[in-house]
Design a protein around this ligand. Structure first.
Ligand SMILES: *Cc1c(COP(=O)(O)O)cnc(C)c1O
Length: 346
């Protein structure tokens, strides 16, 4: 039975074009700056994000950690959302390894932080306080229904940051999904940010890697931090080759994932026993709540799995589905049928 894997966009496997590019990649020692394929990927990523330079790192977690450690010294403070990936799912690495103090502000359901909340969190100059050095946003916002943050909002936060002399980092793990959903080039969404990270290994389908983009000075520092974290890779062109294919061939098709997520959300909303806020599904992430007390998520997951449909439980009554290039409209229909069947007999 063919599996429809909706657990995450991290499960994507490299395309045949990526595997060919990886097999044939020209490589060198990237710590010496001599891997031509890594250099090409970094130039391409910088261009796509409208920045002067970019750096290949091992993961999105490393991308955020490196960025935060460049912007903040020990004892400095970063303002970020209480639902942010960097706050919830990165082991507190910026505190553990960078000595950076996190100041959380409530994420609104659309993934934004209220401007007045950010303003209030910025520390005045006072011997009692850490120094606020950075605001970090997440676009799209994973925990907030994959919501894209609008250009207007990004500009407003950037203006606030500038007014206070604070840097702005964007965790853009899925920034190309945001760009696709908003119909705006990723470079425009990133234009006011001092640094932007994005994942090659999620919806873009590459097997490994994330990029950190910013000014030349920022990326030079990021390269140093990457090295001390053990992230200086040698013949990394083997990885970078897939990243180049990802940027050239996998960006324009993200709209298909969004259409499939929408199809799934609308179908699920019509299933008795489930609640889905369809209006909020505009990228590749769907959250659904089970409103049958006698059906714990674990049991529903088991019933779906028996039909070859995989999802992730993310709360006591909440499941998450993410669409990728492995999932077709017909797969969505199969998933919907499995849901109907699973809930019909409860
Ligand atoms: C996945 C993700 C990351 C981390 O990426 P890894 O490659 O899994 O370390 C960071 N931020 C967001 C918003 C993500 O979704």
């Amino acid at each position: 039975m063919a599996i429809v894997d909706l657990r995450s966009d991290t499960i994507t496997r490299p395309t045949p074009a990526m595997r060919r590019a990886m097999a044939e990649a020209e490589v060198g020692d990237d710590v010496f700056g001599e891997d031509p394929t890594v250099n090409r990927l970094e130039a391409l990523a910088a261009e796509r994000l409208g920045k002067a330079a970019a750096l290949l790192v091992a993961s999105g977690t490393m991308a955020n950690l490196v960025s935060l450690m460049v912007h903040c010294g020990r004892g400095d403070e970063v303002i970020l959302g209480d639902q942010a990936h960097s706050f919830l799912y990165e082991q507190g690495g910026s505190a553990a390894l960078g000595g950076i103090h996190p100041r959380t502000v409530a994420n609104q359901s659309d993934g934004t932080l209220r401007l007045e909340d950010i303003e209030f969190a910025v520390r005045p100059d006072n011997v009692h306080f850490p120094r606020t050095r950075l605001i970090a946003l997440e676009n799209t916002h994973n925990r907030c229904y994959g919501a894209p943050l609008s250009l207007t909002y990004m500009e407003a936060v950037a203006a606030l940051a500038r007014r206070h002399g604070i840097a702005l980092h964007v965790d853009g793990a899925r920034i190309f999904n945001a760009a696709a959903a908003l119909g705006v080039p990723a470079a425009r969404l990133a234009k006011d940010a001092d640094s932007v990270s994005f994942c090659l290994s999620k919806g873009l389908g590459a097997p490994v890697g994330s990029m950190v983009c910013g000014s030349r000075e920022f990326v030079a520092e990021a390269r140093r931090v990457r090295k001390v974290l053990g992230g200086g890779m040698r013949q990394a062109g083997v990885i970078a080759a897939a990243g180049i294919v990802a940027l050239n061939e996998m960006v324009d098709r993200l709209v298909e994932d969004h259409a499939n997520a929408r199809r799934l959300a609308e179908g699920l909303a019509a299933v008795d026993g489930l609640t889905v806020d369809c209006r909020r599904v505009v990228t590749n992430i769907v959250y659904l709540d089970i409103n049958r007390d006698r059906l714990p998520p674990a049991e529903l997951l088991e019933r779906l799995q028996a039909e070859g449909i995989l999802l992730l439980a993310v709360g006591p009554k909440r499941l998450r589905a993410v669409t990728t290039h492995h999932v077709s409209a017909a797969d969505i229909d199969r998933a919907l049928e499995a849901f109907r069947k699973a809930l019909a007999t409860i």
